[in-house]
Design a protein around this ligand. Structure first.
Ligand code: DX5
Ligand code: ZN
Length: 215
C-alpha cells in the first residue's frame, strides 16, 4: 500500500495559510477539519476557506466533516475543491445517501468512525468507499493523545479490504505512526506533529519513512 501523509491544517497558522500550505508540497493530501460546534464541541472552518486555499496548492484536499448533517453540504464542499469527502457514520445523515451524493459530486467518498464505534459498522459500505478513517482520538480538537486500543479496528478493516486506504487521525507522531502502520493503516493525518515542528517539510518525510519502516 502506498504510504500517504496528510498534514492537518487545524494545527497550522490560520493567519498564514498560504505559507503553511507551501511547506506541505510533498504531502499526499492536505487534511481539512470542518467542525460545526454541534457534532463536536469545537467550530473550525467551512467551504469558503477551503475554496480560497484551493488556489495556493496542488496537493489534493482530504476534507474531514465533523458536522451533524453532512448530506446538506456535500455540494458546497465539492464546489470548494474537495478531492475526498469524509463524513462520520455517527452523523444524522443517511449513510448510503451521503456516500452516493459524494460520488455524484465527482469526489471520492470516505467514512469515519469515532472511538466508540466498532469497525463492523463500515463493512457494508466498503465497496463504494475509497477510504475509511479510524479516529484515534475523540474528534473535536488537535493535540490529543493517540489511542492505541483502536488498532484492532484497523486490523479488522484491513482484513476485510486489503486494497482500501485506511486513514488514522489523532495523536500521530514519529512513534505512534509505526503502531498504526503495523496495524494496517496507510494514510496518516498529522496536525501538531507537522505544524508545531521546526521544519514541517522534514517532519513529513520523517513520518513517511517511519511508516514505511514497519511495512
Ligand atoms: C481532530 C481532527 C484532527 C486533528 C489532529 O478532531 O480530526 O485531524 O487535527 O490533530 P493532531 O495530529 O494534533 O492530533
Ligand atoms: Zn481530522
Amino acid at each position: 500500500m502506498e504510504i500517504k501523509i496528510a498534514p492537518s491544517v487545524l494545527a497550522a497558522d490560520y493567519a498564514n495559510l498560504e505559507k503553511e500550505l507551501k511547506k506541505c508540497s510533498d504531502a499526499q493530501y492536505i487534511h481539512l477539519d470542518v467542525m460545526d460546534g454541534h457534532f463536536v464541541p469545537n467550530i473550525s472552518i467551512g467551504a469558503p476557506v477551503i475554496k480560497a486555499i484551493r488556489a495556493v496548492t496542488e496537493v489534493p484536499f482530504d476534507v474531514h466533516l465533523m458536522i451533524s448533517e453532512p448530506l446538506r453540504y456535500i455540494e458546497d464542499f465539492a464546489a470548494a475543491g474537495a478531492d475526498i469527502i469524509c463524513f462520520h457514520i455517527e452523523s444524522e445523515s443517511d449513510t448510503e445517501k451521503t456516500i452516493n451524493k459524494i460520488l455524484e459530486s465527482g469526489c471520492k467518498a470516505a467514512l469515519a468512525i469515532k472511538p466508540n464505534t466498532p469497525a463492523s459498522a463500515v463493512l457494508k459500505y466498503l465497496s463504494k468507499l475509497s477510504m475509511v478513517l479510524v479516529m484515534t482520538v475523540e474528534p473535536g480538537f488537535g493535540g490529543q493523545s493517540f489511542m492505541a486500543d483502536m488498532m484492532p479496528k484497523i486490523e479488522e478493516i484491513r482484513a476485510a479490504a486489503p486494497d482500501i486506504d485506511i486513514e488514522v487521525d489523532g495523536g500521530i507522531n514519529a512513534k505512534t505512526i509505526k503502531t498504526a502502520a503495523k496495524a494496517g493503516a496507510n494514510v496518516f493525518v498529522a496536525g501538531s506533529a507537522v505544524f508545531k515542528s521546526e521544519n514541517p517539510q522534514e517532519t513529513i518525510s520523517m513520518l513517511k519513512e517511519n511508516a514505511k519502516s514497519v511495512k
